[in-house]
Design a protein. Structure first.
Length: 290
DNA sequence: ACCCAGGGTCGTC
DNA sequence: GACGACCCTGGG
């Protein structure tokens, strides 16, 4: 592998900070120069926005342009999506303005499955640390600019970890869930492809729920972030909070039922509920005191 | 120092 | 369908 460069000029709706900090991914880190560096599949990439250019630079196993178009969802028209969301109400308009450069990454299904199992009742800094340690211990090294990066372990690589190994890496009670899910994937080689080909959301959700550690929220995240199902609406504490603040206004947000939020999201946002979720999540998390 | 919450899920009642 | 338990860590 050798370094490749790809530059987008005058490209709209692309802001690295918005993309990497809206909660969809865990392996991108901010550098001193404002750029972000991350690992996905067998690639290491650095992304920097300067003036009217987006500069992609890195070690890629395939053509960097092809890889970026796929991973950064460059063929989707976000101007149109944002226009539609802005028309819904003023809240959406404000959240879309705030996170104008958000894009939904097309992440690897296996990595998303494990990562979001780890995310359960956990906080983002700790989730990132756990995934980094998993990669360092079981993934493959890629050297670039005198730094060593590690790929996310494949199912085979992760199968080398015992439950106790996982516990030692800091997974806590999620050790068993990750261990069992890895075992299921390794015993059913065609399962991941089968999931990728399933178009029906309900069937997909049922299949995902069979993995230990995958409940409704984690299943929705997997579908939205790695299977391009833009109509699902993952509900976590932040989304519950913002939906309650904006529409429901219950004194105790924890008392608001998931069903009620789901219904509201489908009615208001419909087939792009997942996109709405990302703008709202990012907006609410970055403006906590509001 | 102590307490709480965090991109929830699971087992039990 | 409600309710508590669950590893661990950063921040109040």
């Amino acid at each position: 592998m050798k370094e490749q460069i790809f530059i987008l000029e005058n490209y709209n709706s692309f802001n690295p900070k918005h993309i990497f900090e809206c909660g969809q991914c865990f392996r991108w880190n901010l550098n001193n120069d404002g750029s972000y560096t991350g690992v996905f599949k067998n690639n290491v990439l650095n992304v920097k926005k300067e003036d009217n250019k987006i500069v992609f630079k890195g070690m890629c196993e395939d053509n960097i342009i092809k890889i970026c178009i796929d991973y950064f969802d460059l063929d989707t028209d976000y101007i149109d999506i944002k226009k539609r969301l802005s028309k819904i109400d003023n809240n959406l308009k404000l959240s879309v303005e705030f996170g104008e450069g958000i894009r939904i990454l097309n992440q690897d299904l296996w990595e998303a499955l494990i990562s979001f199992i780890i995310s359960a009742n956990n906080n983002i800094p700790r989730i990132k640390g756990i995934i980094e340690r998993l990669s360092k211990t079981y993934g493959k090294p890629i050297i670039w600019n005198e730094c060593t990066y590690y790929t996310f372990p494949t199912p085979e690589e992760l199968s080398k970890a015992s439950e106790q190994d996982l516990r030692n890496l800091g997974l806590g009670f999620r050790d068993k869930r990750v261990f069992e899910t890895t075992k299921i994937i390794n015993e059913n080689k065609g399962l991941l492809d089968e999931l990728k080909q399933e178009e029906n959301i309900q069937i997909l959700r049922e299949k995902l729920n069979k993995f230990p550690g995958v409940g409704p929220k984690v299943a929705d995240c997997i579908m939205l972030f790695s299977l391009k199902k833009f109509n699902v609406f993952p509900i976590d504490v932040w989304v519950r909070r913002v939906m309650n603040d904006l529409y429901i206004k219950n004194e105790d947000e924890t008392k608001v039922s998931k069903k009620q939020i789901e219904k509201l999201a489908q009615e208001k946002y419909g087939d792009i509920a997942g996109l709405a979720q990302q703008y709202l999540f990012y907006w609410r998390r970055e403006n906590e005191a509001v």
